[in-house]
Ligand binder design. Sequence first.
Ligand code: C2E
Ligand code: CA
Ligand code: CA
Length: 854
Amino acid sequence: MGLRKKFNWSRFFTTCGYTVIVVGVIFLVVALYHQIQTNERAVEENSVNISGAARYSDNAAFSDASRQRTDRVLFIASYDPTSSYYQDQITGLLSVSDANNIEFDVINMDAAKHDDPEDYAILDQTVQRRLASTHYRGVITAGDPALQYVMNHQNDFFKGLPVVFFGVIDQTLGKTAAKNPNITGYLESSHIAATLDMAKKLLPGTKRVVAIHDESALGTTEAEIFNSLSKKKQYAGLDFETLDLEHYTNASLRKAVSAYKKGTIILLMSAHVDQDGNYYTAAEITRTVSNAAAVPVFRNSKGGYSNGAVAGQVSSYRSTAAAAVRLMSRTLNGTTQLAKVGVTKSLSNSVYVANYPTMKKFNLDLDDLPSHTVLVGAPESYYAGSYKTVIYSILVILAGFVLIFVGARLDIRIRKHNEKHLKKLTNRLSFANAHDPLTAVYTRQAASKRLDELDLQDQPYAIVTTDLDNFKDINEVYGHTVGDVLLKNIAEELSDLAAAHGGAAARYSGDAFMLFFPDAELQEDDPMLHQIQNLFSRRRSVGMDTLQLRACITAANSEPGHTYKDVLLWCETAMQAGKNKGKNACIFYSQRMKQEAAAAEQTRLSVLDAIEHNGFCMVYQPQVETATGRLTGFEALARMKSGALSPGIFIPIAEENGWIQQIGRITTELTIRQICVWRNKHLTPPPVSINFSAGQLGDTDFLMFLKRCLVMYAVPVDAIRLEVTESLFIKKEQEAENFFKAAKEIGVRFMMDDFGTGYSSLSMLQRLPVSEVKIDKSLLDSHSAKKDDPFLKDVITLIHDDGKVALCEGVETKAQRDLLNALNCDLIQGFYFGKPGTPEQAEAAIRKGVYDVD
Ligand code: C2E
Ligand code: CA
Ligand code: CA
């Protein structure tokens, strides 16, 4: 339980938290964006900047004069510097003029106010003077009248000059102008349709729309656009009417307007001049009309929204103005040709504007306004609505954080919960790891760990090991289940006993236990050891039977400078001694044992030292023909130069420690070199046997080495023989077979050593690839004493029957020699003829050629 996979509430809460925060942030961003836009547009609508611009002004350059390599461009604006159109336009132009290296001179046509021929004459003169005094590289126009003006003079004033227009509502005018390859630009929407749609939404009951306009170029265009809309399906059921301001006086206008009843709406388009020639700014005409009217007044252009107009869609010319500057710049630096740039739709932002107080006055629903409508004149409380969104968003975000917090708390709780379970599990696991599953006492690893700790803390301790003598038999006789029960019982008893002495028990291996006692020092005849012995020797009943276990017990104390591994090793040494001594022993690792162990270590080291430092030499024992005493060979035997150890000791040590391969090579080379020395003295030594231990089979390159030695010392292969024992054939059959095969290819001959000892059966002899068989000394000793003992005779006959030569070693007496001679033993070796001798002694024998001790 506990760690089972279940629904992750923590993750759930955290995910929800993050989601909520993301939503909150989105809301907040939108709210803030909306807030900023609203504020910005509201400001934009309400402030009018007329800096530096003037009607027909002469020096109205809008750029930093100190700049070099700028292109001068003439900007002709249709309207007066106070109009909101112009404000937009000049802001847009200046926003990118520096970046495009363009300076502007501005001409405000003020077309709405002045469009009579006299005005145009003055405009013409101004333009001409400008063009004469300044080198303009291009012209940018804004609004329909300005474009119309450039069109009128495209072949005189502006001939060859590139012209980019924007803010042109009359689509035909724009398209016609663009037929001139030097002219192109951006068309603007009239916003009439969009404003009508807005009005219809706000006032669904509307039956009639009266559009007020004047006879200016824009006013006329707008009237045409308005009339064309009347044919559209979407406005079916709506009466379209136009009112030409130029046919009304101020008074008649107010009268006419005030007569409109509910169901009618007014669309105040471009209308600035009345019948009397009075000029109205956008603000003035809006104020006049909306004050007089009892019905809502809509506007499709900027200006008037602070003065009573209800709503409408208008343009912000900024982005289009900037686009016009960029297009002009590209044209001037040659990257774009105007002729290839078609007339484009405006890039302007269409903005919905509404007047908050007027909306309220006509009881219009703010919700019916298109989203993002800029509200003019809204009270602070209204903006608070927007702030509300901000506040809500922040609350949502906070809620998200709360969720994440809850998730995190939960996570901590879940983690703690899991940790607890994990801890429990870990405890269980570590108990399982530390305790033997069968006997529940410590495992060897756990005990080692504990002893290691004691070593680290320099704390003394004693270790007792126990090894059951006959447990294998019990398992076999009574079965493993009984064996297991016995082990369990013993473990329990040992554990109790150890605990009683402040120690603990561990299962060391199968039937071996270990007890360790921190802060204890056991004595040679410690009563506790007797207790353990008694514990084992107690009679135990198994089913109907009673049986008595026997165990070998050892004990050793820790010593400073030694680790528990040493102490265990001492116990093992003691155990070995105990087993040798006979079963059921209790051996305390004594000083003597320690000395022996130290001596053994010393011996080991001296053997290793001899191997590493050329510490061996060879002696040679003659082999002679039994009958004649003729020298037929030598056996090469290894000696330590120091004489410290006999081969009976250092050879087994080398075998145990895996050094026999090195010694094998050393003796082989020393022997072959000696043969070489003799041969160099023109002597012909008889074959010399080299002892080859079973352990040398692992030296897979030995034959290569042998061959190299033979070649190096120019010694023929038949100058040597290898003496092998039967253990070689018994232990590693396949390896031995391969070895013999390879050796045969080189031509090496073999002698079977120590025949008659060990496991050999006589029948095995036939299969062995040896040419000589050496009968072991023990056979001679035990069968040469009694007269008429047929054993030796039979062995020799068997060897002969196999076509092999028989050699008997360990011949010490004349009687033995005579016996062997009588038994037809071919060759003999032994002290009787000669002990293993130095090379010089051997050389003398070679020179003499005959051994006759008689
Ligand atoms: P081994 O191969 O059976 O060598 C014969 C041993 O019998 C030699 O003892 C030799 O000195 C001894 N011996 C010979 N004739 C008599 C005799 O008449 N009476 C008595 N009592 N002993 C006799 P050694 O030299 O002490 O060698 C003991 C064993 O050490 C050898 O038994 C052999 O197994 C091993 N050994 C000695 N040298 C080498 C070697 O170079 N390589 C290898 N692998 N083993 C060696
Ligand atoms: Ca030998
Ligand atoms: Ca031998």
